[in-house]
Design a protein around this ligand. Structure first.
Ligand code: APR
Length: 176
């Protein structure tokens, strides 16, 4: 049974098994949550990521967390919002699903996500959070008793995003 939680604040502060980074294709750091995670993890994270050889949009790669309280960082690259006709929804769903797959392979039991693509990449927040919850719910349901993830935390960095996560979770629960 996987429980969903919502947390408002800095994802870097969470002492969960893994935090997810909303990275770019280079995996060499940036602004937003990517910048915050690299700052908090220390320079060893960048050195490690240099050897990961980048990451495709919709894919995810695992690294140690170095100075962060979490044990791992799962770097994923969300789609840039370009109007919704360039496969953005499928690519965003894929980010969440690939992160769950990597977490399961690593035996990760607690995982925290920022709102992928909802900052610099400008994905509309309401639909992005619904895609996230649907993708996570589908991943968990499809893994059945192979599911090792006990807790998923959805992180909001603003009251507005908090409200979107709450609405998306409520909507999802009304569906299942
Ligand atoms: N903790 C949790 N959430 C955060 C934090 C933080 N410390 N900092 C920012 N956020 C939130 C943003 O408010 C937004 O809701 O994370 C969400 C994702 O925003 P971005 O970090 O801008 O990520 P994204 O929209 O996926 O764009 C990725 O931005 O930083 C660059 O290198 C990154 O090129 C990549 C692009």
């Amino acid at each position: 049974m996987t429980i969903f939680k919502i947390f408002k604040g800095d994802i870097c502060s969470l002492a969960v098994d893994a935090i997810v980074n909303a990275a770019n294709n280079s995996l060499l750091g940036g602004g937003g949550v990517d910048g915050a995670i690299h700052r908090a993890a220390g320079p060893a994270l960048l050195d490690y990521c240099r050897d990961l050889d980048g990451c495709e949009t919709g894919d995810a790669k695992l690294s140690p967390s170095f100075l962060l309280p979490a044990n791992y960082v799962i770097h994923t690259v969300g789609p840039i919002w370009r109007g919704g006709y360039e496969n953005e929804a499928a690519l965003l769903a894929s980010c969440y699903q690939r992160c769950v797959e990597l977490a399961r392979q690593q035996g990760i039991q607690s995982l925290a996500f920022p709102a992928i693509s909802c900052g610099v990449y400008a994905y509309p927040h309401e639909v992005a959070t619904r895609i996230a919850i649907d993708a996570l719910s589908a991943s968990i349901a499809s893994s059945g008793n192979r599911n090792t993830i006990e807790e998923i935390t959805l992180v909001a960095y603003s009251d507005q995003m908090l409200a979107h996560w709450q609405a998306a979770l409520t909507f999802s629960r009304s569906e299942y």
